[in-house]
Design a protein around this ligand. Sequence first.
Ligand code: FAD
Length: 446
Amino acid sequence: MSISNFKLTTEEYEANFADIHPPFENLTAALVEANRCIFCYDAPCMKSCPTSIDVPKFIKQIATENIKGSAHTIFTSNIMGGGCSKVCPVEKLCEGACVYNLMEEEPIQIARLQRYSTEIAIKEKWPLFTRKPSTGKKVAVIGAGPAGLSCAHVLSREGIDVTIYEKEAKGGGLMTYGIAAYKVTPEFCEDEVNYILSLGGIDIKYNQEVGKNLSLSELKAQYDAVYLSIGVGLARQLAIPGEDLEGVVDAISFIHDIRCKGYDQVKVGDKVAVIGMGMTAIDAATQAKRLGAKEVTMLYRRTQEEMPCTQVELDIAKLDGCRIVWLAAPKEVLGEDGHVKQIVCSSMVLGEPDASGRRSPVDTGETFTLDVDMVIKAAGQMPFEALVADNQLANKYGKIVTDSNGVTNINGIFAGGDCVNGGKEVVDAVQAGKDGARGILTYLGS
Ligand SMILES: Cc1cc2nc3c(=O)[nH]c(=O)nc-3n(C[C@H](O)[C@H](O)[C@H](O)COP(=O)(O)OP(=O)(O)OC[C@H]3O[C@@H](n4cnc5c(N)ncnc54)[C@H](O)[C@@H]3O)c2cc1C
């Protein structure tokens, strides 16, 4: 057993990380699918989209070969409609709500149709929006993830001059640095950010970390309003013995390396245990397997009924050959010469529902041990508590408290996205950005 990189050939890496949802090959294929839509008057697909994209309208526009109009409809509600068409868990959103499901037929491939028009718009750099003349008002946005970019786009369209401060060297947030590479490529993320910026009026200052290079109070003094969209941080600690052994890694850092360093540069074990069953855990497990791990075992302390990921995501992990062990909680990581050797797990049963409404795991006192050489921690992420608390922002365990327009307890400071909801999906962050922009525009009297 060993942790190493270069486990596969270049061709194998490319095949393993190829686009999991291939696009329509041509207009004809898109037209055939668009013409299956029956354009329901009450549009359950639109109601189940957090950004309320007018799905029947954009599909009708594709059906009538008005691709530009269709892209405009999508981007009006969701400026990251291109990225969302690749990463949204549509099975629990628009496609899950499609009436065809009730007829036991395949739902309309809404995401694939959305991808069709948005990809063309981004590739052709269609200027679908214009910016109103500058109002002279200035807003600072902290974090160039989906929430920050969405907020910035709405504000700039209204003539507000926006400066985004981003600690990384690229924009896109977790779209660029977190989501599995087989769902969305780094090249697409870059094109999407550039497309958003092409509106004008938005300046991104990269490698600028608020709390390190500059302070929130400085920004508050320099700008008319500040929007915080800093997301959430690293994976939660397991708080068990052996967590500091070499080979125990954080899922977010592991995935960050895959996105930044290239597949052959990222070390992976032969026998990997992944702790957790959310989207991050699934992405870590599937990508560990795709990097060449021989065995990947996902450990979750509850059962399939309580898992945070969707059935589709679980199926991806299973198809990739990941083994799932339900009702297993990590108890201790054992090592040899400072390296991970085994993981000891407690066998759990389900007890009474906890605060989340899900039945809580209860330790049976029995344990089992797995031979592993790598442990990936993906049992939830921690908010940036220090930044939030140091600036006296009202919060719940580090999650910033706001009203529905992103208004915080501090006059002129707004917030949204994962740093407020604790970690949901891209589409929720985009909507939060729109809500925050509305709050800021009201505050500025624009
Ligand atoms: C591994 C993983 C897989 C996921 N998979 C999916 C998926 O398949 N589909 C889906 O819809 N969602 C997925 N998500 C969730 C989704 O990525 C997030 O909900 C979404 O990106 C949140 O957007 P945000 O703008 O709030 O935060 P982020 O995307 O986290 O962006 C925050 C930005 O703020 C910057 N920042 C942080 N602190 C500072 C600071 N102090 N100063 C300056 N800049 C700062 C960060 O560098 C980052 O660019 C996944 C998340 C993870 C972790």
